[in-house]
Design a protein. Structure first.
Length: 158
């Protein structure tokens, strides 16, 4: 039996989507000096638009999260898939959740016939800058967008 699955989020997932996103990004607030953009997203609108995919581990849940442990927010563009956000609840760190979500993103882009995945991360989120290159992402630019100093990445799919 597959321990974890990835599925489109539904309306009843919205509170858990917010809780996982907040838990994943909260440690960065003090470091970067502003609230990370995913924490301010309209989760209900993103779920309704079909942009959010969640992963859960049956039997590990809490009242707040249900069994949800991670998620991605994706946006299909003409020439790439944009990975707007990836969030793994801190309680699920070290269990391969992020790796499985990133593999899902690649597979989803391929299924849509898109040749690459793009994303950005805050320059103060050093951990992400170590992770993304290990999964085939390359830096394409660094740009300041309002209060956010961002490192932009892409991954070309074969």
């Amino acid at each position: 039996m597959e321990r974890e699955r990835i599925r489109p989020a539904v309306t009843s997932d919205v509170p858990a989507v917010k809780a996982v996103t907040d838990a994943a990004y909260r440690p960065y607030v003090k470091r970067i000096g502003v609230v990370p953009q995913p924490m301010e997203a309209d989760h209900a609108a993103n779920v309704a638009a079909g942009k959010v995919y969640v992963t859960d581990e049956p039997g590990t849940g809490s009242a707040e999260l249900g069994d949800l442990v991670g998620l991605v927010v994706l946006e299909e563009c003409a020439d790439h898939l944009f990975l707007d956000s990836i969030a793994v609840h801190p309680d699920a760190h070290g269990r391969g959740v992020g790796r499985r979500l990133l593999r899902f993103v690649d597979a989803h882009a391929r299924a849509l016939g898109l040749p690459e995945v793009r994303l950005f991360t805050n320059s103060m989120m050093w951990e992400n800058q170590e992770i993304y290159p290990r999964y085939g992402y390359e830096v394409v630019e660094r740009r300041v967008d309002g209060p956010y100093d961002r490192v932009h990445y892409r991954k070309r799919l074969l």
